[in-house]
Design a protein around this ligand. Sequence first.
Ligand SMILES: [Zn+2]
Length: 272
Amino acid sequence: MPELPEVEEVRRTLEPVVIGAVVVRVRLVRRDYLTPPRAPLVRLRGRTIVATHRYGKKLFCRCDDGQTLMFHLGMSGRLESFPSHLPLPPHTHFIIDLNSGLQIRMRDPRRFGGVWYYPSFEKACAEEIQGVLGVDALHLTAAHFNHWSTAHGRLKARLLGQRDVAGLGNIYVDEALWLCGLSPLTLVRRLSPQHIEQLVKAIHLVLKKSLSAGGTTLRDYRNAAGQPGGFAASLQVYGRGGRPCFRCGDNLKMLVVAGRTTVYCRHCQKSR
Ligand SMILES: [Zn+2]
């Protein structure tokens, strides 16, 4: 599933295609791929796309009059640009024709993703970010976890939940926890200020490295130019259950935390 680095890479590669482009037509192939299903897409015609934004794993495209589309890639979603004469591949659910002759196509075989329409950017932020998501992971500081000293729950589940910090998923949580030596099962209220500092540093380091490699492609993920990311080769624990820890040589353990397969080293990542 695309997480912050992959969505940011899609945004970066989409931006040169869409900024300043005029929307010629918007087509919804599957009605259940859009929220609300009867959104007035026709009003986007003739509008100029002026900005792209990302918050957590959500990607926004804003027009000159404020109308905004929010894209969520889900498990297998791809947002890519193609010359409009190329045939539509299967599972293309949403298409934006631009005056440049390019099309933005959203493909999503598993359909866990979707497109949301908002009449204004303010409305999009109010519905999608405020009160829904924690701080974007790229702006995370130790102070954002101050409330954990009296909070319930275990570390991995809280990091996946998006309300404390937005943008992390299974891959980068496992990688960051291995890097800072914290068990995914640690109760968050037991973390010392020093642990929190180390956790924040590890999250930033893992995200920064992945961003510079263009994200992680396990299977489906491609950026808006159709290219895979190169970070999979740098994964230390994700997908390596049962294989030796790169730090201590012990076999990495697998367990299910918050419904997600979790890989960690019992020796290097102690419960607190
Ligand atoms: Zn280890």
